[in-house]
Each structure stands twice: as C-alpha cells, then as structure tokens.
Ligand binder design. Structure first.
Ligand code: SF4
Ligand code: SF4
Length: 501
C-alpha cells in the first residue's frame, strides 16, 4: 500500500563538502541513510534525531522540516490527517514516546518568582552558606529535645528513615529495558557524585549497579520484575509504582523481542518473554490493600528505608494522595502529564492526566489542611525543564523535583520520540549492542553531573534573590510567586496571587 504520509524531515547533504567518510550512514540507528557512491537518504525513515549531523566532520548535513504543506484547515490539522492516514494503513494504535508535546498551557511559564529589594537579598549567594540539602521521608509532628549523656541537647523523637539529598533533585524512574544499561550506569554514577538518587524503574536492578545502591531508589511495579529479597535490600528507598504521568491507567509492556539475556536475568523472566506490568497491582484494590503492601515492604527492609508510592496526576489527585499518606507512605512521587515514557499509546499520552503545577499545588494544599503534610515528602515530576521550574515547583509545595527527560537530553537525547522502536541513534533507548556502545557511561555521567551542578548553582542564585538561605524555606511558599495571565479558578488552585497584587 502506498503511504499517503509525506516524510516529516528532509535530510540534505552538501556533496561539495562531504568527504565520503560514511560516518553519517553508520550513525543512523533508523536505517535512513545508505552509501551508493554518495550518501543517499530515505527521507521517510528519518526521525530528525540529528546524530548524523552532529557527528559529520565536515558539517555537511542539515535536517529540515519538510516544507510541503497540506492545505490549511483549522479543525482538520495536518497532524489529525496524518494520524488518520497512518491508522488507515496500519489498522493499529499509534504509539509514541517521551512526554505529551501538545500545546497545553505550561503554568510554570505563567508564574514569576519574587525578589527582595531593600532588605534581605544575599550579597553573594554562591559564596554565602546556601542550603540545598533536603531529606526524603516522613517527618515527625514536632521535634522534642532532651539532655544527652554529655549534658548537651539531643533530639529525643525517633526519626523515620530518611534519604539525604544534596540538592532537591533526583533522576526519575527509567528501567533497564526502556533505556540501555550504559544509560542507567551513567545515571547511577552521576547520582553518586551529586549525592542524589536514580531510580531503577520497573525493570529490576542489574548487578553492575549494586555498587551504587545507596543512591538508587528501587521500584516495585505490578509486574514485580526483578523483585526479590536481595533486590529489596539494595537501594536507599523503595517506590511502589501505581501510575505514570505519560500513561495514567495504562501499564507497561516490554515486548519479548526486547528481552535478551541480560534484561531477562535482571527482570527474572525467560529470554524473549513479553514483560507486561498491568495498570492494577493484583493485590491492591483499595487504600487498605496499599497499606498492606507498604507495611510488607517496610517489614522486608527492616524499617530502614523510606517506602513511597508513585502515582500519575489525575482528577482528584489530592484525595488519592491523602489516602496514600494515610496508608503509611513516606513519600509520594507525583508525575504530571508531561512525564516521559519509552512507549505509550499516543491517544493516552496526549489526552490523559493533569499538569504537574496544578497537581502539586492541590496535593500540598490538601495535605496541609488535613494536618498530614509532614508525614510524606512530595517528589514532583513531569516536564521539569530548568532550575526555574524546580524553584517554582518547590514554592508550590514540592520537596524534591525528579528529572527524566531533562536527564536524557543532557546525555544526548534529541527528543525524536522514537524510543519505542529500540533504534535510538544516541545509544540511550536501545538494547542494540552496536548502538548501546555509543553512550560512554563516564562521558554521559559527566554531562549529568554538570547539569545538576548548574541547576544547583542557579537555585542558590534564586534563593539569594528571594532573601532565603535554605531550599526548605521556599517549600510551599506560594506567597513568593505571582501569576501572569491566569484566570481566577486556576489562581485559586495554585494558591497564587495575580501579578500586581
Ligand atoms: S541519524 Fe537521525 S537525523 Fe540523521 S538520517 Fe538518521 S534519523 Fe535522520
Ligand atoms: S532517547 Fe533516543 S529514541 Fe528516545 S527520544 Fe531520545 S533520541 Fe529519540
């Protein structure tokens, strides 16, 4: 059947400059380039990942958006027509990867931070003591002190287990299977260096990552892949995955052809088996069931690690979060609709879920009103793009922000959204050994460390401008935010005043 969908990108080679080294042909994981006396492109296969252009030693390659336009129609957009053609050709569901890319409003871009003027701004926030350290875990109702054996004051309240984070950032869950082992290694190495954590995702923990386990959050998803007593002993914290921002209500599915020996060993399934983790956990049908699983995991880890729950931001997220805190979770991972994924039905990715800005504000507000905010930390994710987004999320109520897409971009991802094909030219979302080798863990880790360091420095600058000296003083401090161009209902949910007030 002839495809009616014209190529999205056009791959152009300046043949005067091209020295016929064929490096671009070898770079392309998607098989879009051939060498037939000169480089020839199959434009239809090009996904615009830019690997070939980045590594062309002569700078001879340009990738252009195909300018051939369809007739304008405000209702029947090009995207709608192309989707219909694709489905008419395949008869299947459209798949996509990474987060929702539709032009829903980004509330972060409508929020502005405050700054001190006459009193309190810091003179030099990068040299003055500026505390970014924070702790993940349940906090006591109040602190009580008594005299220690040496007569000095001592904390007498027993603290729940905490994970110390040197900056309010963690790497989001990305499983071995959805990304390569080299990408996971880079995340683990960077997490150790930065004093933060990475997250196994639902694919278990490869033995090569055991040395980093103090900086790893281990996930327990409905498929229970890789979950064993040994696995539970690893890791700084345990996270029960209920939902994911990119695909709320949809489980995970790693097709059997993407389960070679190493993944099968780590996930504890036979080679070539489909790894299905359905949306529901088959032992959780109520908050009481969830409480039992939280209790069981705490017991299995000797009450030495925080146990948290990851949910997608959906309608009534505040009520759900309240139930989760009451079920005994030490932290909640709230994932907004722009959260990334290795694969999701496009219709779900693009039309289900909530923006994280509204979700975190609603959850923080409800937990405070119920007097239980101290019982769980809030880890917030789903489209965090910059240190400014982190500061705004913290002011809206987050303790910590998690970055997944930003971390992948730091490693080289160009957001081509084709992770589900397993052909990632950058060696990130692939298990093809010749592609995996391209991502050197040391180099990728250095890029991640630089990103975390750069954002941390910027956070210190923001704190200095706000006249604060600790990130925890900003948490839930919505008074330090003002909104531009938002309606009153949205302002009420965010708990933020309009600019000018
Ligand atoms: S490497 Fe990427 S940009 Fe270059 S031809 Fe292949 S898919 Fe297109
Ligand atoms: S990880 Fe690779 S395949 Fe996925 S969006 Fe990024 S560049 Fe594309």
């Amino acid at each position: 059947m002839t495809s009616l969908v014209l190529p999205e990108f056009l791959h152009r080679v300046d043949h005067q400059r091209c020295r016929r080294c064929k490096r671009c042909v070898m770079s392309c994981g998607f098989g879009a380039l051939q060498f037939l006396e000169r480089v020839v492109a199959d434009h239809a296969k090009c996904v615009g990942c830019h690997r070939c252009a980045t590594f062309c030693p002569e700078g001879a390659i340009t990738i252009e958006r195909n300018p051939t336009a369809l007739r304008y129609n405000a209702h029947w957009s090009e995207e709608h027509r192309k989707a219909i053609w694709r489905q008419a050709e395949s008869g299947g569901m459209l798949l996509s990867a990474m987060g929702n890319d539709k032009p829903y409003p980004s509330y972060f871009d409508h929020l502005l931070l405050d700054a001190c003027q006459v009193t309190n701004p810091s003179i030099d926030p990068l040299r003055e003591p500026m505390e970014l350290r924070t702790y993940l875990g349940s906090k006591p109702e109040r602190l009580e002190f008594g005299a220690g054996p040496d007569g000095k004051p001592r904390l007498t309240v027993e603290l729940a287990p905490q994970v110390q984070l040197e900056t309010p950032l963690v790497f989001s869950a990305m499983s071995f299977g959805s990304i390569s082992l080299n990408a996971q290694k880079a995340l683990a190495m960077a997490a150790e260096k930065c004093g933060i954590t990475m997250n196994t995702g639902e694919g278990g923990l490869h033995k090569d990552l055991y040395p980093y386990s103090r900086h790893v959050v281990i996930q327990v998803a409905s498929g229970r892949f890789g979950v064993s007593p040994e696995y539970l002993q690893q890791g700084a914290a345990v996270e029960i995955k209920i939902g994911q921002g990119a695909k709320p209500g949809i489980g995970g599915h790693l097709p059997g052809e993407k389960v070679p020996h190493e993944i099968s060993e780590t996930r504890m399934v036979p080679v070539g088996t489909d790894c299905l983790s359905p949306a529901p956990h088959h032992d959780i049908y109520s908050i009481e069931d969830l409480a039992q699983l939280i209790g069981a995991l705490k017991e299995a880890t000797r009450y030495e690690k925080p146990v948290g729950v990851k949910i997608a931001a959906v309608h009534n997220v505040a009520a759900i979060a309240s139930g989760i805190v009451r079920a005994g979770a030490d932290f909640i991972f709230l994932d907004g609709f722009r959260g990334g994924t290795g694969a999701a039905p496009t219709v779900i990715r693009d039309h289900v879920g909530l923006p994280i800005e509204l979700a975190v504000a609603a959850v923080d507000d409800r937990l405070r009103r119920e007097g239980i905010r101290n019982r769980a930390s809030l880890v917030v994710a789903g489209g965090i793009r910059s240190s400014a987004d982190v500061a705004k999320a913290v002011a809206l109520g987050a303790d910590v922000c998690a970055i997944g897409t930003a971390a992948l971009v730091a490693m080289g991802c160009h957001l081509c959204q084709k992770c589900y094909t397993g052909n990632c030219s950058w060696g990130i979302a692939t298990q093809r050994s010749e592609l995996v080798r391209r991502l050197e863990p040391d180099v990728a880790a250095e890029r991640l460390v630089n990103l975390v360091r750069a954002w941390s420095l910027e956070l210190k600058e923001i704190l200095g401008a706000l006249g604060l000296n600790a990130i925890e003083s900003l948490r839930g401090s919505r008074e330090r935010l003002r909104a531009v161009g938002l309606d009153q209902t949205t302002l009420d949910i965010l708990g933020v005043k309009p600019a000018g007030r």
